[in-house]
Design a binder for this molecule. Structure first.
Ligand code: ATP
Length: 505
């Protein structure tokens, strides 16, 4: 028996009819034809009506010349059409963002909405996402609301009893294909963008659309990350809780928080770890120059990566001399002692540090976290290094110390350190088991397909932010070697008022 869906029954209740009989005689065929015509007209009117509602500006731009033509002023109508077209082209060239907001975006929204609502019921039946009620009616997940973005939409879908989130999540591939999306994934409830005063007074539970049985699916279209991203020009005010370092795949800026957290950065060789590191340093450049941030680094590969911008570093340990091992261990122990010292200074006064030139924020860059201990052959020193790193990671967050631990080859041992890094970034990785190792259990299922990132897109990756299970796709800005040299020259720190080993310079 073939099934047809009565779409007029609404999006949740789907009536499933057996195949209709062939009409009897000519009058039957005429009746069937008229019904089909009425349906066609009604959908044309619905689409045209919604087009007018969503695309007022475009409709007005077309209707004015048409109306002038109908009024008998054909040459005036032609002139109006030419001027309007020229204005639109000029607008697109001069202010493409506002053109997108007022012209392309409404068109895109209309087109995508039309596709969602037209295909939803068919998709639910085809994907076997319907359940039978006692009344024998079939019900399916209902598409309740769509939040539109330029490169992605978030669909709020209400699930009927009998269909679980897991069952729905299993059919995301069908959803991706039917809706012509690049990818679909289940995401946490989106936050409402409320005015600041309202967000302050409204209890947290009202701020999230977290209803039971509602699942949120993000459909991504196009890819704003295919192009290499230029670094943002750092303003004089640096906000360490939101440093711009690239782009997100919803078209927004990728902002990293350095306060109260540490960052684990993993990626195979050539995946673009350097671009993340340098973008962060570029984003906080003015604060380095003004002495509010001190950068120190440990580069077990002899300074190949970090050496380019050596002037930005207050201290850079490259592990290349005869005393390399002892130097690396002392470096880590010095930082761990500083974390202890700061924690006891702050105890009872404040929970987090407000950076100043007297007590600057310290950014510790460790280029190859896994090999820091592996490079140390002496087992006693190895233990000292591990203990110091553990102490720095546990105690350093609140008193203004941030560790960026870069990693090339995430192995099981990394999981031990992972939980001490609340912010995690996974660039291209080589095995499907690695995204979970780096980003946390279940991250790959939530969309972090690091092993599928093409070698031709260095700097692209997935990020899990502090306190959130959500996975975002991002691309770091790219700084050429010349950009890095220029950065180091522009923002090289001035005289040091305070040094991490306690002395004054
Ligand atoms: N964000 C980016 N955008 C565009 N191209 C990039 C980006 N990052 C890196 N690249 C390109 O990829 C190359 C390799 O990048 P990079 O050296 O940063 O990788 P890596 O992960 O640090 O590798 P390794 O671990 O071997 O040092 C760079 O020389 C550059 O050409």
């Amino acid at each position: 028996m073939s099934l047809t869906i009565d779409k007029n029954a609404g999006w949740q209740e789907i009536e499933v009819h057996p195949r209709r009989h062939r009409p009897d005689g000519v009058s039957g065929w005429i009746g069937r034809g008229l019904l089909a015509l009425a349906r066609l007209l009604s959908s044309i009117l619905t689409y045209a009506g919604s087009f007018v509602v969503f695309n007022g500006l475009v409709v007005a731009a077309v209707l004015v010349p048409v109306w002038t033509h109908l009024a008998g002023l054909t040459w005036v109508a032609v002139a109006e059409a030419v001027v309007t077209a020229a204005t639109f082209v000029a607008w697109l060239v001069i202010a493409s963002d506002s053109f997108d907001r007022w012209v392309t975006s409404p068109l895109r929204i209309w087109w995508r909405r039309r596709r969602y609502f037209r295909n939803w019921a068919d998709l639910m039946v085809a994907a076997n996402l319907t359940v039978k009620k006692r009344s024998h009616k079939r019900v399916a997940p209902r598409l309740v609301f769509v939040r539109h973005g330029r490169f992605s939409d978030v669909l709020s879908v209400r699930l009927p009893s009998g269909i679980t989130r897991a069952a729905f999540s299993d059919r995301l591939e069908e959803l991706t294909e039917t809706m012509h999306a690049r990818e679909a994934r289940v995401v946490p409830a989106p936050r409402w963008h409320l005015p600041a005063w309202m967000a302050r007074v409204l209890p947290a539970e009202f701020r999230r659309d977290d209803k039971a049985r509602t699942v949120f699916v993000r459909l991504a279209f196009g890819d704003p990350l295919v192009h290499v991203q230029a670094p943002a020009t750092a303003g004089s005010d640096v906000d360490l809780s939101a440093v711009p370092i690239g782009k997100r795949d919803d078209g927004g800026r990728w902002l990293v928080n350095l306060l109260g957290t540490h960052t684990l950065l993993a990626g195979a060789t050539g995946s673009g770890k350097g671009s993340v590191l340098w973008s962060i340093l570029a984003g906080i450049g003015p604060a380095i120059r003004d002495g509010l941030v001190q950068v120190v680094g440990l580069d077990p590969k002899g300074g190949m990566e970090l050496g380019f911008g050596r002037e930005l570093f207050r201290q850079l340990v490259t592990m290349d001399g005869s005393e390399a091992e002892e130097e690396a261990v002392s470096f880590l122990e010095g930082l761990a002692d500083e974390a202890d010292r700061r924690a006891s200074l702050l105890a009872g006064y404040a929970r987090t540090l407000e950076p100043s030139t007297a007590m600057p924020f310290i950014l510790v860059v460790i280029d190859e976290l896994a090999s820091v201990t592996a490079f140390i052959s002496d087992s006693k020193r190895q233990k000292r290094a591990e203990a110091a790193l553990g102490r720095l990671l546990t105690k350093g967050r609140a008193p203004g110390m941030h560790v960026i631990g870069a990693l090339q080859d995430p192995r099981k041992e990394v999981v031990r350190w992972r939980d001490l890094f609340p912010t995690r970034i996974g660039l291209r990785l080589v095995e499907a088991s690695q995204p979970d190792m780096v980003l946390g259990d279940g991250a790959r299922d939530r969309g972090a397909r690091c092993e599928e990132i093409a070698e031709t897109s260095p700097g692209v990756g997935y990020v899990v932010e502090d306190g959130s299970r959500a996975v975002s796709r991002v691309r770091a800005a790219y700084l050429t070697d010349d950009d890095i040299r220029q950065l180091a020259q522009t923002f090289r720190p001035g005289p040091v008022l305070h040094s991490i080993d306690g002395g004054a310079a």
